[in-house]
Design a protein around this ligand. Sequence first.
Ligand code: ATP
Ligand code: MG
Length: 285
Amino acid sequence: MPIIIENLSYIYMQGTPFEKTALKDINLTINDGEFAGIIGHTGSGKSTLIQHFNGLLKPTSGRVLINGADTAGKNLKELRRHVGVVFQYPEHQLFDETVYKDIAFGLYKQKIPEEQIRSEIMRVIEAVGLDAGILEKSPFELSGGQKRRVAIAGVLVMKPEILILDEPTAGLDPKGRDEIFGNILKIHETLGITVILVSHSMEDIARLVNRVIVMNKGQIELDGTVAEVFADTQRLEAIGLSAPQVAYLMQGLKDFLPEIDDRAFTVAAARDELLRHLKGKVRKC
Ligand SMILES: Nc1ncnc2c1ncn2[C@@H]1O[C@H](COP(=O)(O)OP(=O)(O)OP(=O)(O)O)[C@@H](O)[C@H]1O
Ligand SMILES: [Mg+2]
């Protein structure tokens, strides 16, 4: 179910004094099974872009094709079954009296038998790392991290082929963040679905995704592998972003240790590269 975007522009409140161009002539293809990260400073158009992927916003001009079908067409219900979006601060979307009913909401609308609903719910709560004991609680009794998981479960239960997460860990502590990202990685690996993650954290993007799309002022500034994008520190800095901090450490070390490979963008990769180098040195002694 590839996403193909052709010459997409989007203007909020067009024709009013508050008119705002949020996307300018975007061309982009995201293929099946990719794990893509979207970064860019605040207001660069990330959320506006992803809201086009499930037809929540319609292009002002250009086209968005999901599996060949134009989102400007009528069948939005069908489209939303295939493309699941977890919005920024998804806890604002939780409203039912129990966690169970909240996750089941989309399935109830499809008139699926209760037994099947229960087994689907058990499947997704495990995938997002929630305990069955939580199902009869009110969503409002939960911690911030648990609420996020419930929101993700409510999207996953629809078995989307494309899962889009807009800042899924904003405001969570490091442990909650790591746990949720661990679940998302596993979901990508085990289900093989396309995952698109919007994040402000370069560190998280570097260790999770295969492809990085950088937005700036409503346009795509850079698009490539983690190594390609984060090695271009000059271009990132020119638009007010930076590479993961460890990349600067490695670049600094390379001045003293020219033989190291400084293309390490996660702490784990940097550690491996430095250990490899040090072991070589010890062997020579
Ligand atoms: N509902 C709206 N009405 C008018 N303008 C909007 C609306 N939503 C967003 N904008 C404007 O469109 C531009 C892109 O906003 P968008 O929310 O897509 O950015 P973003 O990259 O998701 O930012 P953030 O990192 O803060 O979430 C911004 O200039 C924003 O002010
Ligand atoms: Mg946003």
